[in-house]
Design a protein around this ligand. Structure first.
Ligand SMILES: [Zn+2]
Length: 379
């Protein structure tokens, strides 16, 4: 491993596993589409005012964070809500007006077809491989079986997994996220069918949500998961199970997750994950409303003391826990090795993302000499 060699001038390959397509639309595109459709624009109707209105300025809570979507979702209402990642894209198939059978299904398939065509076109044009994760929404379990159907039917075209998102806080902890949760059966069926599973948990909700996601829903990755640190036992279980955390630094503040974190330490959970060599990746979540790019997320972590070695490790972990089919995953690892100048890096004996125990590099990166990165320190 060549961790100490400056990587500044090397082409970087970054792996992102958690970015929502409807949260990753250029402000310019939203502005253009809203004008074309004659939709009301915020402020004086300028692009600048739209940007200001869409950006979540200061942390509050997840509900407030999601409110920002209300401004621009009318522009893409048919495609709502879609989520992206550089390697895996989340497309949550949400039937905004959906009640008519037949028509509804056709619309949903059409949307997914269009998304997949667009991503394939983008891959050819720019070389960025993007895959799709279809997202069930908490509180709308009536859609979940159809999401699973789409996962199966579009497997060969780039749908690689299923997700469950939505405001954990809005559903009663005892009702919506328990054994009787109807989504649980969908996730069990997904596991049986060999469909990869990730779940948003421990962001607004407590550590118990992470436990349920892993133990009851069979999640292989956790979206966010910061509040897992509120319960050492659950955290240890995640380490044992080699759960990958899809962390989203800026989003974690803007959704208020950091404010509700009742961990004794006031440090960001990503720092603890790093120290414990937990598998985690770095993601943007919703760049439209966070107004960040992936490079901003990296810069924030570097201000907290992360070195290129830590970022590199996160990228390899994300690649190893991506939901790509084994051959494509190997190809991705090979590409990363080449980009980062590594000679020896072997895939874990099983290429399944559930047991990449051999993912640690032969020379582990040094622990970060991080004290406490503050949110105020972000710019
Ligand atoms: Zn998310």
């Amino acid at each position: 491993m060549i961790f100490n060699e400056p990587l500044k001038h090397r082409p970087k390959s970054r792996v992102e596993l958690h970015v929502h397509l409807d949260g990753a639309i250029r402000h310019e595109t939203i502005w253009e589409v809203m004008r074309q459709k004659g939709l009301p624009l915020p402020g004086n109707g300028s692009l600048a005012d739209l940007k200001e209105a869409v950006k979540v300025q200061e942390p509050k809570d997840l509900a407030h964070f999601l409110q920002a979507f209300g401004i621009f979702l009318p522009a893409i209402v048919e495609a709502r809500p879609l989520s992206t990642e550089s390697v895996c894209v989340c497309v949550s198939v949400n039937h905004v007006n959906g009640s008519v059978n037949g028509v509804k299904e056709m619309v949903v398939d059409d949307i997914l077809d269009a998304v997949l065509k667009g991503l394939s076109h983008g891959e050819q044009q720019f070389g960025t491989k993007v895959r799709v994760i279809l997202c069930c929404i908490r509180g709308h379990s009536e859609w979940s079986w159809e999401v699973l159907r789409l996962c199966e039917e579009y497997k060969e075209r780039g749908v690689v997994g299923i997700d469950l998102a939505g405001d954990e806080g809005s559903s009663s902890e005892n009702e919506s996220f328990t054994k009787r949760d109807p989504d649980m059966a969908v996730f069990e069926a997904a596991k049986e069918k060999g469909i990869h599973r990730t779940i948003h948990a421990g962001e607004a909700g407590p550590a118990d949500c992470v436990k349920t996601a892993v133990e009851m829903f069979g999640a292989e990755r956790i979206g966010h998961g910061y509040r897992v640190l509120e319960d050492e036992e659950i955290y240890k279980m995640c380490l044992r199970e080699n759960i990958h955390f899809e962390t989203c630094p800026h989003s974690s503040y803007l959704t208020g997750s950091m404010q509700s974190l009742s961990s004794p330490s006031k440090r960001h959970p990503i720092l603890r994950f790093t120290e414990d060599e937990v598998s985690f990746g770095i993601n943007t979540d919703d760049p439209t409303v966070t107004d960040t790019r992936l490079s901003d997320e990296y810069k924030l972590l570097m201000r907290w003391g992360f070195t290129e070695a830590h970022l590199t490790r996160a990228n390899f972990q994300a690649a190893l826990h991506s939901f790509l089919p084994p051959a494509e995953k190997k190809e991705l690892i090979d590409q990363l090795q080449e980009a980062y100048g590594f000679v020896h890096f072997t895939l874990p004996s099983t290429s399944s993302s559930t047991s990449p125990s051999g993912t640690r590099t032969s020379t582990p990166p040094p622990k970060p000499s991080v004290t406490f990165g503050t949110w105020a320190d972000r710019s």
